[in-house]
Design a protein around this ligand. Structure first.
Ligand code: SAM
Length: 300
């Protein structure tokens, strides 16, 4: 989800602050998608589908930190991001300036190291480098969350298709937001003309495959359709079935743990020693002689 909406971490994450939980890492990785990423990646694990993970657009690391936790022996996560580097064209440069002007690779790495010993493989540059850097058919899961401009997303979907093995899953961020029409256009174009089959949709992400869509959908329906904290609906689009999922109330899966989990909040969060105004008034009322309290009230 792009920055016209507020990132998940409520506060501006300064680069040297140590995140004590994934929730404290600034980014746009929503609860329903955390649930679905977990479902797709755990399913791949259960079916022993092997392959690398790839993320185009990592920002401060929120979804990348989560993805790294699903790697098995011999697999790796690759992330591609411009970070503080140069955008390949003016519209992309404007997008970067408007939305990610404080981002640095250092901030990403510091966040990532808070949760994992090893950094992922980093392609520090535009996603147009991905086809040269990532071996064809080497991945099982690709998250496309970089530029939201049509020409870029179109290329990213082509790169995702090449990177994915037969049973691979691609996730497209912001396929339906008002401020990202380019993603919507590229996503549905890939469905209508590029053989991409939608598995399911959340309010922020599109999950698809170029492989066997029916078996994934049947399993998803069987798992989520049974639950009373989840809603799944099906409809036909361009001759194919698409599931719509609302998993907002499904309990969160186990999240990667920060090495700083036990640290006390920074002074700015924990309180500055100042007493909140309403409590301050009550303490004054309890402690001061009535005549002083009345005088103060008069002054106010
Ligand atoms: C919406 S953010 C990614 C959010 C992240 N996945 C998360 O979970 O918080 C988009 C990222 O894409 C990067 N980006 C934008 N244009 C790019 C391009 N042409 N190539 C590579 N990265 C790009 C930005 O630097 C930014 O970090």
């Amino acid at each position: 989800m792009t920055p016209l909406t507020t990132p998940d971490a409520g506060t501006e994450q300064v680069h040297d602050r140590r995140p004590r939980s994934l929730g404290e890492v600034k980014g746009w990785f929503r609860h329903a998608d955390i649930v679905l990423f977990d479902w797709f990646l755990s399913r791949q694990d259960r079916l022993e589908q092997h392959g690398d993970l790839l993320e185009m657009g990592a920002y401060m690391g929120k979804s990348a930190i989560f993805l790294q936790a699903y790697l098995r022996a011999g697999e790796r996560l690759t992330v591609c991001d411009l970070f503080d580097g140069e955008a390949p064209d003016n519209p992309n440069a404007r997008e970067m300036q408007k939305s990610y002007s404080t981002l640095t690779r250092r901030a990403f790495e510091a966040n990532f190291r808070a949760f994992h010993e090893e950094l992922p493989r980093i392609i520090h540059g535009p996603t147009s480098w991905v086809p040269d850097e990532v071996t064809d058919a080497s991945c099982r899961f690709v998250h496309v969350d970089a530029s939201h401009l049509y020409e870029h997303v179109r290329g990213d979907i082509v790169a995702a298709r090449a990177a994915l093995g037969e049973e691979g899953v691609v996730v497209l961020d912001d396929y339906r937001a008002h401020h990202t029409p380019g993603v919507a256009c590229a996503a549905w174009e890939a469905v209508v003309t590029g053989g991409l089959k939608p598995v399911c949709l959340t309010s922020t992400k599109f999950y698809g495959t170029w492989g066997d869509v029916a078996s994934i959908q049947d399993e998803l329906l069987a798992t989520l359709g049974e639950r009373d904290d989840c809603w799944v609906g099906a409809e036909e689009i361009a001759g194919g079935r698409v599931l719509r999922v609302n998993a907002d109330r499904v309990p969160e899966p186990r999240l990667p743990r920060s090495r700083y989990a036990g640290e006390k909040p920074a002074p700015s969060e924990a309180g500055t020693g100042r007493v909140p105004a309403s409590r301050g008034k009550k303490i004054a009322k309890d402690l001061l002689p009535p005549v002083v309290t009345r005088a103060l009230r008069g002054l106010r």
